[in-house]
Write a protein that binds this ligand. Sequence first.
Ligand SMILES: [Zn+2]
Length: 635
Amino acid sequence: MHLPLAAYTVCAEAACAGVNVSGYVFPSHLPNLATAPPQNPRRTCAGRHTNTSILNFSVTRALPPQIQLPLQTAISSPFPSLRCRCPACMNPLRIGPLASVRLPLSTLCRHHHPRPTPQIALALSTSALTMAPPKAALDFVDFINASPTPYHAVATAIKILAKAGFQQIHERDSWAGSVRAGGKYYVTRNGSSIAAFAVGHEWRAGNPVAVVGAHTDSCCLRLKPVSKKSQVGYDQIAVEKYGGGIWTSWFDRDLSLAGRLLVRQAGGAIVPTLVKIDRPLVRIPTLAIHLHRQSGFDPNLETEMLPITALAEQQLNKAPANAGRRRADDDGDDDDDFQPLADMADRHHPAVLDVIASEAGVSVDAIVDFEMMLYDTQDACVGGLNDEFIFAPRLDNLEMTYCSIEGLVASVRAKDALDNDNIIRMAVCFDHEEIGSTSAQGAHSNMLPAVLRRLAVLPGSSGSSSSHRDAHSDRSYEHVSSDASGEESSTAFEQTLARSFLVSADMAHAVHPNYIGKYEAAHQPAMNKGTVIKVNASQKYATNSPGIVLLQECARAAAVPLQLFVVRNDSLCGSTIGPGLAALLGVRTIDVGNAQLSMHSIRETSGTADIAIAIKLFEKFFSTYGVMEPKILID
Ligand SMILES: [Zn+2]
């Protein structure tokens, strides 16, 4: 049964087959569901033709009463479920949840168009539509697709934070005038690590900081400083492995380039510019099985994992637009002829430089240097018969990066969220975890200690009256210092560390049905069954009892499940930023993460329901730590 609920119009684009999205449909009939209708519903079909077309809704399954009722009133007909179809393949579109009806919601067709079409969702979306994958998972998929490198991950996180009112501050500045109780801020280092935090209105120097820590980097292949190679008619680009990837998974994928350029501007300033080339340019081909009859696949990573990027002959016929150009600011002075390094155009294929430069909208000669990585152009997506999976690159650890940032943002969403709070809530995401965290912006750097030290001595809000403070004395830390200039403020940093807590969030291993024997029998995390607490007696994970107690309380308050993980005694164990940061700071720490399969593959798998679970868990940790901290005292 197809029910015409909307005024139909047909897409003007012939190739679109005349089918797709209309504006909002019947919000006026759904007072209980829809908020204000969109003022100017943007009309875009899934083929991204700027026009409108048809939505067909068909009835397939039972709707809950709170939706049935208004629908019945509106249409005078009991319907079970709403469904609309992809214009290209007529498969069902997925409709995001109603919960955030004011936001653009995503619709996904299983086979074709993973693009948001907000107007459908505005009219129809409801978290009760059983076919719809959770909105949090769809938003996370968008986050991954926008974040092929740590630089992009930080930039994407900043967009979320800025929208939530977080202000940028800089490590090179004094924070004395800018950071205040009640404020929300973020600071980056190298553009690849970020710390975002919100200061409670009742903050006092020496009070606790509730931290969720994750990492922005993932295993990948990076362009070598000299990448230009050519063999037997192929142009190739030399790459260096980063981290412990499952490198065989990088073969026969449609790869492209993304990264950060350092660009010389007209005035001589060098500025970073992010670039992500969306079309596949690069491939690492396997050898045909006929030429290589071996049981295992164990390629030499230097000689057999060299990507191809062009046929040299084709390149010769195409004059490189910028090859051999002089630097933009070259004034002809003899001194400028001296080049300490070979020109970029001599180190990399000019055609590769051209495509990077044009994507970034700069000239090739303005690119002084770059850090480019390969990434898979296949978008992350929701999959499985019941939309239970996320198939994606970089789940380790963009999933926890995303959940930590979203958890922080969710915890400060209410206007009065920070009013009675006496702590600082912080999400910090580091680069370089996959190579051991030891770098200027890695977790073992002074980044977090430096940020915490500067915050620990931050004076409390002078505006709050002492009577107001007294009202919360059971939850405040007046005994540290009522003003930061007091003698006790000299120990504020140490007091803050002793009271703080770090939730180290990094992905965990879901049990694999084909390798059950690799998992400890009683500790087999399942997908979509909650965030996993990771325990290791040798402190590869920093978890101990106080952390487990604390996290259980957060999970109880958030009504989300938790799971426990420990490796077999005859197995190796991975590690995280947790133990290193715990040692560096002396801060109580717990290691947690969502369950996933195929960690470090170019294409990993995790669970859609676990995204919202982790966000809720972190949100509760941030919003209740100030109350819970004094209750779990172990000296
Ligand atoms: Zn990780």
